[in-house]
Design a protein around this ligand. Structure first.
Ligand code: PMP
Length: 354
């Protein structure tokens, strides 16, 4: 830290992203990317848009919001596009939390929430998950602040039903409830249909997972027009051009071919079921996943050792050192071939250990 760094950030603990090795020697099952690349039409749209790189991007993402609104069955003024869903989450902390309006989220959830709270100097309370890592919705009733729920949750992979989230909304009519649906397309129920009825609901989604565009950085907020106006006030005070023109073009092209994306989600869900079975046969316990990853532990090997041994064999998975989940690993569901290599490698590691 230099002697110039502002005191207000001296205790900041930045978010640690998963490893992104530049060499291609690893099978990457550590950052929940989609293993299937976007269709060539997406690259073609980006190439075309690159002719206009000398112009600023469209601050309102008009075409993208129009296309997305049709796809999600909402109106364009219920949408705000951002640089990944991380950005809309940060905007929500800025717009809807302050020292009198704390943030509430689970003790085991997306690791960026406490970081966003800290950088915005927002107090927060972590609500413990139950012993089995599920959420007790009554823990979220009548809160005096803004609630953030990843649904499905990460890294636990477990989802609440839409009706359960609706119960939380009803019990918090005076607070904003942010539902982070980064993984919703892998089998969970979206709360988007509830935005018309609940003006306290903000749903966030991303193109990073189900639409194979993690590198493009495209996310969105979906909520009633007043909430979206608040979030736009934040956006226009930071970076009106937060979504670049190449990403916008990629987003439109991707949505026009959304059947391909949704088909890939189905393939990933099938691969997930097969991998679950294979890992259970090897003695793993895991949560019920409605995401593109598995959250698994084995009685005979620690989470950290398994991570390290797999890395030696060229496979990256994600280990978290947090006490409550340190026995687990989060394993992205890759292609069937990648998952077969994973189970073969784990089998070998377990045999060597025995
Ligand atoms: N929410 C959750 C629960 C996530 O796991 C992630 C991915 N790290 C994000 C939001 C943000 O993803 P992105 O910024 O790529 O949209």
């Amino acid at each position: 830290m230099s002697r110039f760094f502002s005191d207000k950030y001296k205790d900041l603990e930045p978010y640690t992203p998963g490893e992104q090795p530049r060499e291609q020697k690893y099978i990457k099952l550590n950052t929940n990317e989609n293993p299937y690349p976007p269709l060539p039409e997406v690259a073609e749209a980006v190439r075309k848009a690159s002719d206009k790189l000398y112009l600023y991007s469209d601050t309102e993402c008009v075409e993208l919001r129009k296309t997305l609104a049709e796809r999600l069955n909402v109106s364009p003024d219920e949408l705000l596009m951002t640089n990944g869903s991380d950005e809309i989450l940060n905007f929500a902390f800025m717009a809807f939390c302050d020292k009198h309006t704390p943030a509430y989220f689970a003790d085991i959830t997306y690791g960026f929430y406490p970081v966003f709270a800290d950088i915005n100097q927002v107090p927060y309370e972590e609500i413990p998950l139950k012993e089995d890592l599920t959420i007790d919705i009554s823990d979220y009733f009548q809160k005096a602040g803004t609630i953030f729920i990843a649904n499905p949750n990460a890294p636990t992979a477990i989802a609440l039903r839409r009706s359960e989230i609706e119960e939380i909304l009803k019990q918090n009519l005076y607070n904003v409830v942010v539902v982070d649906e980064a993984y919703v397309d892998f089998g969970a129920e979206s709360c988007v249909p509830l935005i018309k009825e609940y003006d306290n609901l903000l749903v966030t989604q991303t193109f990073s997972k189900s639409r194979s565009m993690a590198g493009a950085r495209l996310g969105m907020g979906i909520g009633n027009p007043e909430l979206i106006r608040d979030l736009n006030a934040i956006k226009y005070s930071i970076n009106p051009y937060n979504v670049n023109s190449l990403t916008s073009a990629a987003g439109v092209a991707s949505l026009k071919l959304d059947e391909y994306n949704m088909k890939n989600c189905e393939i990933i869900m099938e691969t997930r079921s097969r991998s679950e079975r294979a890992l259970r046969e090897l003695g793993f316990e895991m949560t019920t996943s409605q995401t593109n990853f598995l959250f698994a532990r084995h009685p005979d090997i620690s989470g950290e050792d398994l991570y390290l041994e797999l890395k030696k064999k060229g496979i990256l998975i994600r280990h978290f050192s947090k006490e409550r989940i340190k026995d687990y690993n989060r394993i992205t569901v890759g292609t069937p071939e990648q998952m077969e290599k994973l189970t073969a490698a784990i089998k070998q590691i377990l045999e060597e250990k025995a």
